[in-house]
Design a binder for this molecule. Structure first.
Ligand code: DLL
Length: 433
């Protein structure tokens, strides 16, 4: 169990003092060691000396995903390469991912914040954590892994996929905590039921679910079908990975480890800071990271902050569950997908019109992606076989681009809806609000 009472229950005023000190330090380190930040701060005419209060953070420029992509691969690192002991990337499979570099101390911080998360989700020394987040460059698998060690629990590093084996392991090893995306957890619940196993026959007590949006309705369903407490974990590669924030059993918002990550919520249009309780875009600044300090990262995730003591005793700032994005990024089975990647794949094929629509659904608890594309008149009047060949070709090109299998259907020319303004390319029929 890792309940760092000093940090997690600190008086709010004392916390603010600590955050200010760490913020100044981070700004100075970023300026001195990362050319990108030196240039940005010089352009804005600002130095760490201008940070005299936490509100002064608003004087600092934002960092965006594009900035990180432009710095690919190691342009954001603030320490010599020798000091970086591990590298992860965001979950998209093609295009330039964003890279995150960790020093030994960063891995220690990451272990600590994930250990806090596991503790909030009832995890202690005696637990067996079945970790079905993907291992590898994705932060999910190893992040939970490090946190489990720190808690002193037993981690089962089964990684994602192979559902039959997951069920077997869950039964035979008597896993007590399940960690995976909420949609995969629902799928597992379904498979367990098919195998005739009811919640009493498995040993699970809690689930740590995140990496994608989910809802209260999904929570209720997961809790009922698996006989567990289902809790929400939030995080992102750019900041550290999972463990930026986590719900405790009070389910009153996700506690942000704000002695390591400083949160703001801004109005998406005006970029002004919003007060507590108002929904906007979450902006995060790392306060303790060595390898890759990140200042005012625009997460594009929509949420609101809640200040004050939780009934669990923690004073860490809380955020509401994420209800949307301020850009068009989709998470499909935990993997980041931008519609522009699909468009790029389509543009590589002749005989298509530039009209397409991406439809996301979640029929049996797993995300499905359908891409409808208008065929040219010539192609459409051709034989069926040719159409099928083109559909398969499109599906392959998209697979190469995003790493996921999609269903492709060619439609008659001029049948997809036209829009007067911005084209509505994506129909996300999963409900998160
Ligand atoms: O998804 C890290 C992670 C792994 C979090 C395991 C939780 C559990 P990325 O691939 O960089 O990192 O994706 C980050 O995923 O900006 C959100 O849009 C979304 N996301 C992550 N957690 C949640 C959540 C990992 N609990 C992006 N609810 C973020 C809603 C989430 N969206």
């Amino acid at each position: 169990m890792v309940w760092n009472k000093k940090a997690e229950c600190m008086e709010i005023e004392e916390k603010k003092e600590l955050q200010l000190k760490l913020l100044k330090d981070t700004v100075k380190k970023a300026y001195d060691n990362v050319p990108f930040y030196k240039k940005r701060f010089d352009e804005a005419g600002i130095t760490h000396e201008d940070i005299q209060s936490l509100e002064d953070i608003e004087k600092l420029p934002f960092t965006t995903k594009t900035d990180l992509r432009d710095a690919y691969p190691f342009g954001m690192f603030a320490v010599p390469d020798d000091d970086i002991v591990e590298i992860h990337t965001s979950s998209g499979t093609t295009g330039k991912p964003t890279v995150s570099g960790y020093t030994e101390k960063d891995i220690e911080i990451w272990s600590e914040v994930v250990a806090r998360s596991i503790t909030m989700a009832l995890g202690t020394e005696g637990d067996k954590i079945q970790n079905c987040y993907g291992y590898g460059l994705f932060t999910g698998g190893l992040g939970i892994h490090y946190g489990s060690h720190k808690v002193g629990a037993t981690v089962i590093p089964i990684s994602a996929g192979n559902t039959k084996r997951q069920v077997e392991v869950m039964k035979d090893f008597q896993s007590t905590i399940l960690t995976c995306t909420p949609s995969y957890a629902l799928y597992l619940a379904e498979v367990l039921e098919k195998e005739g196993l009811n919640p009493e026959e498995i040993s699970l007590k809690s689930g740590i679910f995140g990496a994608e949006m989910w809802t209260e309705e999904m929570r209720e369903e997961l809790e009922r079908r698996l006989g567990i407490v289902a809790l929400n974990i939030y995080g992102l590669t750019e900041i550290i990975g999972p463990g930026v924030a986590q719900e405790c059993t009070a389910k009153a918002g996700l506690h942000i480890s704000d002695d390591h990550f400083y949160p703001e919520v801004i109005d998406v249009k005006t970029h002004q800071a919003l007060e507590e309780g108002k929904k906007g875009e979450l902006v995060l600044t790392t306060l303790t990271r060595e390898g890759m300090p990140i200042i005012r990262f625009r997460t594009k995730d929509i949420t609101a902050l809640r200040i004050g003591k939780c009934e669990c005793g923690r004073t860490l700032v809380r955020m509401d569950r994420i209800t949307g994005r301020s850009d068009d990024m989709l998470k499909i089975r935990g993997v980041m997908v931008f519609p522009s990647q699909i468009e790029r794949a389509l543009l590589k094929i002749d005989d298509l019109s530039p009209n397409y629509q991406i439809i996301v659904t979640r029929p049996k608890h797993l995300d499905e992606l359908e891409v409808r594309v208008e065929a040219s008149a010539e192609l459409f009047s051709d034989e069926m076989k040719k159409m099928e060949e083109v559909e398969a070709k499109i599906a392959n090109k998209i697979h190469k681009e995003i790493g996921l299998r999609v269903n492709v259907s060619l439609t008659e020319p001029e049948t997809l809806p036209r829009s007067e303004g911005k084209a509505v390319r994506v129909l996300d029929l999963r409900k998160f609000d």
